[in-house]
Design a protein around this ligand. Structure first.
Ligand SMILES: Nc1ncnc2c1ncn2[C@@H]1O[C@H](COP(=O)(O)OP(=O)(O)OP(=O)(O)O)[C@@H](O)[C@H]1O
Ligand code: SF4
Ligand SMILES: [Mg+2]
Length: 409
């Protein structure tokens, strides 16, 4: 896989994982299914937009959720925002289960999460001025004093660099450029001083020239207020602005989660390889380079493929395994769901050494059990014990030799 200059720059700039203490948001086995109706009534199946997603976010942590169009990113975020109701699974925010919140607690929860939408123009009410747009959440959240509201509006507008404030405050959305509209959206998301911001493709509809400005603005606000940010994008080259971690989503599943730097230098899952290969490369010299993009389309979320959902498009697919069984997470590299990786892990010298030791112990345990008469001594068991110990010794020796050799390199 070739690393494009964009990705190289991202690797240099991506923030390091901090180790903040408190878990802010915890999601367990979340499912969000949309019911399909035949002629408006009668169940015709479900769109399984989010299908068994789990993760934890700590206070001040920043993650990017990346994946192709239709993989369920917005459905996941709308559920976190409390717009979608989960089909099953748990969302726990500051230790409280969202499903058990009372109406007023749910309202307060919504004030704690700021939402930056993809299309700024569509998300701003056309007949309201900037002042009215920013005043609305303050009124809803119970800020009664007009003077306080105006002060907070001025502060929010300055923070998003809509200044001089007087030039913008009485304007309507159609009088603003795309970048200025998105600044108003960000000011509205920030005005109640939320703990978390969900930014769903915040720059994908903007001109390339203002994208970086908006991303830098979001990043500066994140640092200043120690915000937790979930940044949704299909463009891996923009993740450097926020994301200490990346979650890769495919067909309703999170298939790889890793630190940004690690994921970009050593992507493990074949789909992550494909996403990186598809990242735009501004270097004209690479225009003719073939990209390692998987064939075919993302699968239907109504009838997703059996086994690994990526298997119809995966060049490394293992017949009879990937098309039958759903990949499970495995050690020592958790948070990656792929059989091919599980198999490569078995070739890992550390795994071979440990496996050899376990076999040897089993071989030694058998004669002991026969001596203390817990099991009856037979020629077959004696032979088995000898065979297992010898095999263990051989596997362990190979593993240890490889391990040693790798360490010396
Ligand atoms: N309200 C809904 N009712 C039925 N199906 C829906 C609804 N909202 C989304 N879907 C379907 O759920 C799937 C996931 O949609 P979602 O918008 O979450 O994807 P996405 O990853 O955000 O895509 P994009 O990158 O294009 O924004 C899609 O197949 C979509 O058609
Ligand atoms: S589990 Fe199999 S099909 Fe899925 S990504 Fe890994 S190798 Fe490919
Ligand atoms: Mg979306």
């Amino acid at each position: 896989m070739s690393i494009t200059p964009e990705i190289k720059e991202t690797m240099k700039a991506s923030p390091k994982i901090q180790t903040p203490d408190e878990v802010l948001l915890s999601i367990h086995d979340l499912h969000v299914w949309y019911e399909l109706r035949r002629f408006g009534f009668g169940n015709a199946g479900y769109v399984k937009a989010v299908d068994g997603v789990s993760f934890e976010l700590r206070q001040g942590e920043t993650v990017a959720v990346v994946g192709e169009s239709g993989c369920g990113k917005s459905s996941l975020m709308k559920t976190i925002l409390g717009i979608n109701i989960p089909t099953s699974g748990e969302l726990i925010f500051e230790g409280k289960n969202l499903a058990q919140l009372k109406q007023d607690e749910l309202r307060k929860y919504r004030f704690d999460i700021g939402y930056v939408q993809q299309d700024p123009y569509a998300s701003l009410p056309p007949f309201m001025s900037v002042q009215e747009i920013l005043e609305e959440p303050l009124i809803i959240s119970g800020v009664k004093d007009k003077q306080e509201r105006i002060e907070r509006i001025h502060k929010a507008m300055s923070k998003v660099k809509l200044h001089p404030v007087e030039d913008f405050i009485h304007k309507f959305p159609h009088m603003l450029s795309g970048g200025q509209q998105q600044r108003v959206v960000i000011a509205r998301a920030m005005i109640l001083e939320p703990k978390m911001i969900v930014a769903d493709e915040p720059v994908s509809m903007l001109d390339a020239s203002v994208r970086v400005e908006i991303l830098k603005l979001l990043s500066a606000l994140q640092e200043e207020y120690k915000l937790t940010v979930i940044y949704i994008t299909h463009d891996l080259s923009t993740v450097k602005y926020f994301s200490a971690r990346i979650f890769v989503m495919y067909a309703g599943h999170l298939i790889e989660k890793a630190e940004t730097r690690r994921l970009l230098t050593n992507p493990l899952h074949p789909y992550t390889h494909a996403l990186l290969a598809a990242t735009s490369d501004p270097d004209a010299a690479n225009a003719e380079t073939d990209k390692d993009i998987p064939p075919g389309e993302p699968p239907s979320l109504v009838n997703p493929p059996k086994g690994c959902r990526f298997h119809p498009r995966c060049a490394k697919m293992i017949q009879g395994l990937c098309d039958e069984k759903e990949p499970i997470e495995f050690e020592p590299e958790p948070e990656h769901f792929c059989f091919m990786l599980a198999i490569s892990m078995m070739k890992n010298p550390r795994f071979l050494t440990a496996f050899g030791l376990v076999l040897m112990l089993l071989g030694i345990l058998l004669p002991f059990l026969m001596i203390v008469k817990i099991i009856e001594a037979t020629y077959f068991l004696s032979f088995l014990s000898w065979g297992v110990s010898t095999l263990g010794l051989a596997v362990g020796t190979v593993g240890f030799t490889l391990w040693n050799r790798n360490n010396k390199r």
